[in-house]
Design a protein around this ligand. Sequence first.
Ligand code: FES
Ligand code: FES
Length: 173
Amino acid sequence: MGVKIVVEVNGTAQSHEVEARTLLVQYLRDVVGLHGTNIGCDTSSCGACTVLLDGESVKSCTVLAAQADGRSVTTIEGLAEPDGTLHPVQSAFREHHALQCGYCTPGMVMAVVSLLKENPSPTESEVRLGLEGNLCRCTGYHNIVKAVLAVGATAGATAGATAGAGAAAEAGR
Ligand code: FES
Ligand code: FES
């Protein structure tokens, strides 16, 4: 028997009946029709299927679609602005050549978005540790780490400038 679920996917409510055993990744790809989320291993090892569930990164091959009922999911298709402007992480991946075949990239980018939400200015070892659940067989990770550090450096500079402006405003009082 099917299970009725309502899931907010990239800001749009999706209402479907799915089999109880349907995985979130199968739901996103085969029911909703978003093919950006890849399946690499199906055994929770590779991270190619990473999406955000209520803002937290999850491997969508380890979650049942029914578990996403009433919750919100963001996939790679939901990251760019409606006018096509790329998310800063996507831009950094492009700028720093952080992909080759691209198979790991959607999951990698979603994992980076989640990592930077928790730690906006990570060190290199924090980036490597934070992404250890996402495998890439092409890049050797170097350019991926460079891209993440670049986004983190921009976030750090912005936070520093904001703090500096705040301190200056305080001092001027
Ligand atoms: S397909 Fe989900 S972790 Fe590999
Ligand atoms: S770019 Fe090919 S697996 Fe990562």
